[in-house]
Design a binder for this molecule. Structure first.
Ligand code: XUL
Ligand code: CO
Length: 438
């Protein structure tokens, strides 16, 4: 296999003063931050679909980028050329993981048996390359939203035949994930939702989604999959309403269906903001429920109402993300750049510069989040804010010992409570700024 990105060197760390577009300014893989090297804090992954498949086509225009990688599109030769390009790309950027949908890897055939044969062939090819390189699979998934058969959903489809097709794809994608040593398996329910309740049995559809997930857990465990399953919440797009609306909804669904021991969440920044939350909000909801598994690292545009999947450049957001990650037990997954270069950034160089931006942003986020924790003022303030629960009636409430009558008696004796203390939001925001820029 000959080199494809001939003008692009291995991307190295040169430090914040560097003006070299093809160098890291902040991502220094070996630098120790908060007790371990950056590379261990930040298991970055390349999304096969965006980086190797997406050529910039949108609803109004044709592709702008050439992602043929020297082969004829929709052939196995092209599938292999994408593997070659992807591995060269990952080695040059120092990205150690990839994420894939089944049909990102090969062109889908009319007959699922032929698609599966192609998937076997391409994953043999990938596995061969993985033997001699430090590259691994972060997670796999099945595309159950693109093909017209999924127009009414996959597990939530009105058609049992379509449900079976979805099951067959999940089965195969799980086998491939195990074959490639994947750390996780994702369910993103792109079409698991509805356009109108007039034609929808919501309860039946949600129960069927849980049934497919239960089948996947049973089968996955039977073939030796030890990793986590993940739900990736998203409130809408492509459907008007999607069942896995946000982290809280997905957690409730998993618990109601007894799936919470096998599943965690894969939180995507742009999905959280589409749900009307901040990225940090959905990370926090996941973390406090012990469900923060993996992250789709991207960024939306708050002026737009759809999923723009931009490479993240907002250091403030990345800092708040890493603030949650550092305080959780760590991710079982990693940071998948579910992001695409803008349509007008169509060159090979842009592919690399996009990842340099994303990796540097998260490296800065890590450094600054560690600094916020080490600074300690925010944590100390939050601890102090709830100090009234440390002893007396507060401690009895927090332990679940106090009764309603006891609380009421206390309130009546006091006649009116003292004000609860300033929230000091502006002070805390200025602490963040001084840690970020001081
Ligand atoms: C779509 C999205 C997906 C999932 C995997 O918005 O994020 O690419 O990450 O199916
Ligand atoms: Co995603």
């Amino acid at each position: 296999m000959s080199e494809l990105f001939t003008d692009i060197p291995k991307i190295r760390y040169e430090g914040p003063a560097s003006k070299n577009a093809l160098a890291f300014k902040f991502y220094d893989a070996d630098r120790i931050v908060h007790g371990k090297p950056m590379r261990e804090h930040l298991p970055f992954a390349m999304a096969w679909w965006h980086n190797l498949c997406n050529a910039g086509k949108d609803m109004f225009g044709d592709p702008t980028a050439d992602k043929s990688f020297g082969a004829e599109k929709n052939t196995m030769a092209h599938a292999k050329a994408k593997v070659d390009a992807g591995f060269e790309f990952m080695l040059k950027t120092g990205i150690r993981y990839f994420c894939f949908h089944d049909i990102d890897l090969v062109p889908e055939a009319d007959d699922i048996n032929e698609t599966n044969r192609r998937l076997d062939e391409i994953t043999d090819y990938m596995l061969e390359k993985m033997k001699t390189r430090d590259i691994a699979c972060l997670w796999g998934t099945a595309n159950m939203f693109g093909n017209p058969r999924f127009m009414n959903g996959a597990a939530s489809s009105n058609s049992a035949e379509v449900f079976c097709f979805a099951a067959a794809q999940v089965k195969k994608a799980l086998e491939l994930t195990v074959k490639l040593g994947g750390r996780g398996y994702v369910f993103w329910g792109g079409r698991e939702g509805y356009e109108t309740l007039l034609n929808t049995d919501m309860k039946f559809e949600q129960d069927n989604i849980a049934r497919l997930m239960r089948m996947a857990v049973n089968y996955g465990r039977s073939i030796g999959f030890k990793g986590d399953f993940y739900i990736e919440p998203k409130p809408k797009e492509p459907m008007k309403h999607q069942y896995d609306y946000d982290a809280a909804t997905a957690i409730g669904f998993l618990r109601a269906n007894g799936l919470d021991q096998d599943f965690k969440l894969n939180i995507e920044a742009n999905h959280a903001t589409l749900a009307g939350h901040s990225f940090q909000h959905d990370l926090r909801v996941s973390r406090i429920n012990g469900m923060l598994g993996s992250i789709d690292a991207n960024q939306g545009d708050l002026l737009l109402g759809w999923d723009t999947d931009e490479f993240p450049f907002d250091v403030y957001e990345a800092t708040m993300c890493m603030y949650e990650v550092l305080q959780s037990d760590g991710l079982t997954g990693g940071f998948n750049f579910d992001a695409k270069s803008r349509r007008a950034s169509y060159t090979y160089e842009d592919m690399f510069e996009s990842f340099i931006l994303g990796m540097d942003t998260f490296a800065l986020g890590l450094i600054k989040a560690a600094a916020l924790i080490e600074d300690g003022r925010i944590d100390a303030f939050v601890q102090e804010r709830y100090a009234s629960y440390k002893d007396g009636i507060g401690a009895r409430i927090a332990k679940g010992e106090a009764t309603l009558e006891e609380c009421a008696t206390r309130a009546m004796a006091a006649k009116a409570p003292a004000l609860p203390g300033s929230g000091k939001q502006e002070y805390l925001e200025s602490v963040v700024n001084s840690v970020l820029f001081g």
